[in-house]
Ligand binder design. Structure first.
Ligand SMILES: Nc1nc2c(ncn2[C@@H]2O[C@H](COP(=O)(O)OP(=O)(O)OP(=O)(O)O)[C@@H](O)[C@H]2O)c(=O)[nH]1
Ligand SMILES: [Mg+2]
Length: 350
């Protein structure tokens, strides 16, 4: 899972990136200039911890998310017209996170996160529209498939009227699958991150921004990037305490990841044993055979069945054997829709 941090120059992308990853990439207005910083974080998960306490495994593995700090290479001031390289980097992402400046700019620019949010949305909308129009032109010249043409015309009309593709309903899943290769920006899950000053760390976001996020189907999280960056540098034991002193229930990473999980509609299933206890992120609605493929393609191919135990049952009864005896172990076929927190043992043919 790859999440791209995007936004206007100096909004605090690199600062938020450092806060989330605990890394120390160079910050400062236009310090990044077209460079993309990459960092991997482990998703804190008390369920994995609970299983690890039970099994004392050789290895404990959390789900991982890669953050990419995608800096635009602006010709000057605010980005107007995202450059091709930035767009290409953004299309690679599974989800986007728009970092909004919630503190006065270096030249005393006013704080206008809603304006900035709408502005970048417009840029992404335009980029998708150009993609659609270019393809339509080519299809007309090559007399390409009619179905694709009709589909793209439909999407183009939505984009033209300013509707991001994530809000378009009434398209069949097969239609979406047909255009998946375009990796439209306005179709990606989008999380707004309002980067505020320390004094505003525990305050809710402005109501107008909240409303915009709700209406546009976006996630919204407020964080004080520069303070969180300092928190991320502390030893884990001290992080909680420092966050509490600022009136925060926990450091940003935990809050941020839960929002991102909700937005992307991710859940985790778990595997447990003496060798390894592990969380595996999947999209909600994934069937057991596909989930098996996350563990290994051989397991997907040779899938026989999934032995599924609810995590609570597992922790309460303490072992697979006891769950089996108590009738709490279910045998599920390949079409079973995996639930969040299922502890699964896959049976397969090699
Ligand atoms: N006052 C204040 N300054 C901040 C905050 N977050 C970032 N800054 C400052 O704003 C400047 C830009 O921050 P960066 O994180 O480098 O911004 P960026 O979005 O990565 O900028 P580019 O890479 O140039 O696009 C730095 O000098 C930061 O110290 C904040 O929450 N409050
Ligand atoms: Mg930067």
């Amino acid at each position: 899972m790859k999440i791209g941090l995007v936004g206007f120059p100096g909004a605090g992308k690199t600062t938020v990136f450092n806060a989330l990853t605990g890394l120390g990439a160079e910050t400062g207005y236009r310090a990044s200039r077209g460079r993309t910083n990459l960092g991997v974080v482990k998703v804190p998960d008390p369920r994995v911890d609970a299983l690890a306490r039970l099994f004392k495994p050789k290895k404990t593995t959390y789900a991982e998310i890669t953050f990419a700090d995608v800096a635009a290479d602006p010709l000057g001031g605010q980005v107007r017209g995202l450059d091709a390289k930035t767009l290409a980097a953004m299309r690679e992402m599974d989800a986007l996170c728009h970092v909004l400046r919630g503190f006065p700019g270096p030249a005393g620019e006013t704080v206008e996160p809603l304006r900035d949010a709408v502005s970048l949305d417009g840029e992404m909308n335009l980029a998708d529209l150009i993609l659609v129009e270019n393809r339509l032109e080519r299809l007309a010249r090559e007399r390409g498939p009619r179905v694709e043409k009709e589909l793209l015309e439909k999407l183009g009309a939505h984009l033209d009227s300013g509707t991001p593709l994530r809000l378009v309903s009434g398209l069949a899943p097969t239609d979406w699958a047909a255009v998946a290769g375009y990796r439209f920006l306005t179709q990606k899950p989008l999380l707004l991150v309002l980067n505020v000053t320390e004094e505003n760390a525990a305050r809710p976001a402005p109501p107008a921004l909240e409303r915009h996020a709700r209406e546009a189907g976006l996630g919204l999280v407020t964080l004080a990037g520069s303070v969180e960056m300092d928190i991320a540098q502390l030893p884990v034991e001290e992080q909680q305490e420092f966050a509490a002193s600022l009136g925060l229930a926990e450091p940003a990473l935990g809050r941020f990841i839960r929002k991102a999980y909700d937005l992307i509609d991710l859940i985790s299933f778990l595997t447990a044993g003496e060798d390894e206890c592990r969380a595996w992120p999947i999209r909600r609605g994934t069937i057991a055979q596909k989930a098996a493929g996350k563990v290994h393609s051989d397991i997907e191919r040779g899938f026989i069945r999934a032995e599924v135990i609810n995590l609570e049952d597992f922790l309460r009864l303490g072992s697979e054997t006891r769950c089996r005896e108590a009738g709490r172990l279910r045998l599920e076929g390949k079409g079973y829709v995996v639930a969040d927190g299922d502890v699964i043992n896959f049976r397969f043919n090699v």
